[in-house]
Ligand binder design. Structure first.
Ligand code: NAD
Length: 498
């Protein structure tokens, strides 16, 4: 059966006019077809969300919290089912999928505290007999457009925050791994969420463009590649919507000669090859200062030799396949280009064949040394298991290199020197920074967001900034009539006594 939309609390059963293939990346076999929404399908989802908004926005905070608590419980209990669905369509290992479920769950847990998070400010006696306070109110129907690489976690960065703050939501997940969003819709329904508050429309540019122009969509959250993030930000802003659009990345890990090299090698391998490098916070470039490369590279090689690459659901697999055959070829092409440009291929995953999974989209862990900033393997986001080593003579040159890069999602420094780490913290132009820790993804009570071409818009995603993104502030000032204060006064009300 076609993977279909979820609108108004139900799975749509109409046969879609257009569909796209969904594959199991470990075998290369097409396992399903997914519906590609028409503009009419999107309009139906938005209309359902708009109708639901009228009552949902007035529902008591305690009820919204109660639903988030119930959802939290269901996601916790069903985490293995969710992980299996992710692995079948994305390819990542079950352990990695479970990690993603956990990080999504943490945002739901944060949203369980929404009554506290939505408390306003109050100032008594700002002028004689005058009090002022602020409240935060929901926006209306909001949309989320999400990438393939975290099919549950990234939508969870958005919808629990949006829904708990009183909005209704239309999710357009990646068409490459769409099924887990439907399982999430079922869990919301089981948790007691009213029909129409959470909708899922599958699709491509047609669905996205309709969401960007629909007059009843008040805000758009996007996570995906930089060119599309830029397009979403420009188009949705032009159409008068509030928008946050997170883009791609090229994350550097700076290793100083005084670093604990065993720790740095563990970190480089974990962050470079975890999820086959298909993470926006993956480490893609190791910037080795002084003689650090000569000591680090053999340790990384040792670790690569023991990595088990295989189907995500196979026992012992540590790294799965890439998402599509086209993407596998693109990643391999970058390694070819790096080699031609003069990089040294220290470990080569291009010709990896996984026994029993010959049709799978695998590339093995690949390590390139002597990469220089002009090479495409350095300039472009590869989004695969390819780690490049760039060598610099000085720490300042390493910092300058990171700062000159157009992306600014995550970065890390490995050192034993507190002063060096403090310098990094101060000088680096990147939104999320790790110190002796390679993937600095903020927990749910902070907010996530890169700098430069890794994020467009003024708000971070989830956490306190998520509350602000999905609500607008209203400030009230009141004075109850006092017989002592009568008479017209055309002066601007500035005096503390008025
Ligand atoms: P993508 O940009 O191709 O797709 C993201 C979403 O946009 C999908 O829902 C897709 O259907 C839609 N889309 C694709 N092309 C479109 C078009 N021309 N017009 C309108 N909509 C379009 O990204 P992807 O390949 O699914 O995901 C990988 C990318 O996402 C990487 O660049 C990665 O760095 C980035 N990412 C960033 C973060 C972050 O937090 N900054 C997190 C996860 C992934």
């Amino acid at each position: 059966m076609t993977i279909n939309h979820w609108i108004d609390g139900h799975l749509v059963t109409d046969e879609p006019a257009r569909t796209a293939p969904v594959t199991n990346p470990a075998t290369g076999a097409e396992t399903d077809r997914v519906a590609l929404a028409s503009t009419e399908d999107v309009d139906r989802a938005v209309a359902s969300a708009a109708t639901a908004y009228d009552t949902w926005r007035h529902s008591p905070l305690t009820r919204r919290q109660g639903i988030m608590f119930a959802l939290r419980d269901l996601v916790d209990r069903r985490r293995h089912d969710l992980a299996k669905v992710i692995t079948a369509e994305h390819g990542k290992t079950i352990d990695d999928a479970l990690g993603e479920v956990q990080r999504g769950l943490e945002v739901i847990e944060f949203a369980c505290n929404i009554a506290h998070l939505l408390k306003g400010d109050y100032s008594e006696q700002v002028s004689t007999g005058v009090d002022t306070w602020s409240i935060r109110q929901p926006l209306g129907v909001v949309a989320g457009i999400t990438p393939f690489n975290f099919p549950i976690m990234v939508p969870c960065w958005m919808h629990p925050m949006a829904i708990a703050t009183g909005n209704t939501f239309v999710l357009k997940p990646s068409e490459k791994d769409p099924s887990v969003s439907l399982l999430m819709a079922e869990l919301y329904a089981e948790a007691g969420l009213p029909e129409g508050v959470f909708n899922v429309v599958h699709g491509d540019k047609v669905a996205v463009d309709r969401l960007l122009e629909h007059p009843d969509v008040e805000a758009v959250s996007f996570v995906g590649s930089t060119p599309i993030a830029r397009y979403i930000h420009t188009t949705a802003s032009t159409n008068g919507k509030r928008v946050q659009a997170l883009g791609g990345a090229k994350n550097h890990m700076v290793v100083l000669p005084d670093a604990d090299m065993e720790l740095a090698a563990d970190a480089a391998v974990s962050a470079g090859y975890g999820s086959a490098g298909e993470r926006c916070m993956a480490i893609s470039v190791v910037v080795a200062v002084g003689d650090a490369a000569d000591r680090l590279i053999p340790l990384v090689e040792e670790r690569i030799a023991t990595l088990r690459v295989g189907a995500g659901d196979a026992d012992g697999s540590e790294m799965g396949p890439l998402i599509t055959a086209e993407h596998r070829d693109r990643v391999a092409g970058y390694v070819d280009a790096g080699e031609t440009a003069g990089a040294t291929v220290v470990a080569d995953g291009r010709n990896l064949v996984v026994e029993g999974h010959e049709g799978g989209f695998f590339v093995g862990p690949t390590l390139l040394d002597h990469v220089t900033p002009g090479m495409s393997v350095y300039t472009d986001e590869i989004f695969g298991p390819v780690l490049s080593v760039v060598r610099t003579d000085s720490y300042q040159a390493a910092i300058d290199l990171v700062n000159a890069n157009p992306y600014g999602n995550g970065t890390a420094v490995f050192t034993s020197d507190g002063g060096a780490s403090r310098l990094f913290q101060q000088q680096i132009s990147v939104g999320m920074v790790g110190i002796n820790l390679p993937i600095p993804v903020p927990l749910s009570f902070y907010s996530f967001g890169g700098w430069k071409n890794s994020a467009f818009g003024s708000h971070g995603i989830y956490g306190p900034e998520g509350v602000h993104f999905y609500t607008k502030q209203k400030v009230l000032i009141s004075r109850w009539p006092d017989p002592m204060h009568r008479g017209v006064d055309l002066g601007f009300p500035a005096s503390a006594d008025d």
